[in-house]
Design a binder for this molecule. Structure first.
Ligand SMILES: Cc1ncc(C[n+]2csc(CCOP(=O)(O)OP(=O)(O)O)c2C)c(N)n1
Ligand SMILES: [Mg+2]
Length: 324
């Protein structure tokens, strides 16, 4: 089994911590009326750092979904980028603040933005996989969804088609047990999304998504499998969505406080601190650094100007994008 280096352990924990503190601040900003909407990745961070630090960053393609803040930070997306997007300010790097917040794109790191209809990104990923195969490249495509999205026709078609053509695509399912208010038991008759792979003829793996080192090992293995030309894979990371679905949701109407508390006891962030063996002094130092970066990003975005009227068309037309 491959040992994690000290640098990588620190990097993984730092990325989880920064994502968590940014995400918590986003909720506060929403309650203060400073942003209109937030959709949270709290509880999903271990799964995402497990994936991102197993990728060849800037070489492989990434077609993420809205909860992937920790994944994006691992690719070099910054707190200032995140806050500019939440506030829809000028200079927002991915779409000039035209796309919804958390609909990430990042050209330099081969990150492709998704559309809001869930699971449609799986089709984009399969298409990119076909292009990679035709060009004979060694890259792979990582794409993610929630478990509810695996009941969509688009997800089936993308996975089936990738399996038939043995495309280099990894379909990550971040199973947080709910699709808004709908529990997983009412979304699927199987026990989890990895099982769905059996019927379509590709590798299916399920991992404890709250265990950062376990996720990293599982992603390394799955990426190797796909990189070797053995065909695509589904990897399900079993997590729990600690927050409501989004800032527009009140989860008290469909799940008990006891249930949420129970999963908070298994929070992936303190678990990672232990599992990665970080010294308390280092954690304190990283906490201070994270707070300073979040404060800086909020102040920067609050004082940034709104986009000008004529910028409204940017980057709707292809010629604008080409020059970006
Ligand atoms: C095709 C489609 N149907 C419904 C919605 C509304 N919607 C947005 S997120 C979501 C839940 C998706 O659940 P899941 O795939 O488990 O992801 P999670 O939000 O739990 O991470 C729904 C139903 C949508 N965006 N697209
Ligand atoms: Mg879900």
């Amino acid at each position: 089994m491959m040992e994690l280096t000290t640098d990588l352990k620190r990097e993984m924990f730092w990325t989880m911590l920064l994502a968590r503190r940014l995400d918590e601040r986003a909720w506060l900003l929403h309650r203060q009326g400073k942003i209109a909407f937030h959709i949270s990745g709290i509880g999903h961070e271990a799964a995402q750092v497990g994936a991102v630090f197993a990728l060849r960053r800037g070489f492989d393609w990434v077609v993420p979904y809205y909860r992937d803040l920790a994944l994006l930070l691992g690719l070099g997306y910054t707190p200032r980028d995140f806050m500019l997007a939440l506030m829809g300010k000028r200079g927002e790097r991915t779409s000039g603040a035209r796309q919804m917040p958390s609909h990430w794109s990042f050209k330099a790191m081969n990150v492709v933005s998704h559309s809001s209809p869930v699971a449609t990104q799986a089709l984009h990923a399969a298409g990119i996989g076909l292009a990679i195969k035709r060009r004979g490249e060694e890259r792979i495509v990582f794409t993610s969804t929630g478990e509810g999205s695996t009941s969509e026709g688009e997800w089936y078609e993308a996975v089936n088609w990738a399996a038939v053509h043995r495309l280099p695509v990894v379909f990550n399912v971040q199973n947080n047990q709910y699709a808004i208010s709908e529990p997983a038991s009412r979304q699927m008759a199987v026990s989890g999304a990895a099982e769905r792979a059996c019927g379509m003829g590709l590798k299916g793996v399920s991992v404890d998504g709250m265990d950062a080192p376990a996720c990293h090992r599982a992603f390394l293995e799955v990426f190797d499998h796909v990189r070797s030309g053995a065909g695509p894979a589904v990897i399900e990371t079993c997590v729990y969505r600690i927050t409501p679905h989004s800032s527009d949701d009140d989860d008290r109407s469909y799940r008990s406080r006891e249930e949420v508390e129970h999963y908070k006891q298994n929070d992936c962030l303190p678990r990672a601190e232990k599992a990665l063996g970080l010294e308390p002094e280092l954690v304190e130092e990283l906490e201070r650094k994270a707070k300073a970066m979040v404060d800086d990003a909020v102040a920067f975005a609050l004082s940034a100007p709104d986009p000008d009227g004529p910028e409204a068309a940017y980057p709707v037309y292809a010629e604008d994008v080409r020059d970006a």
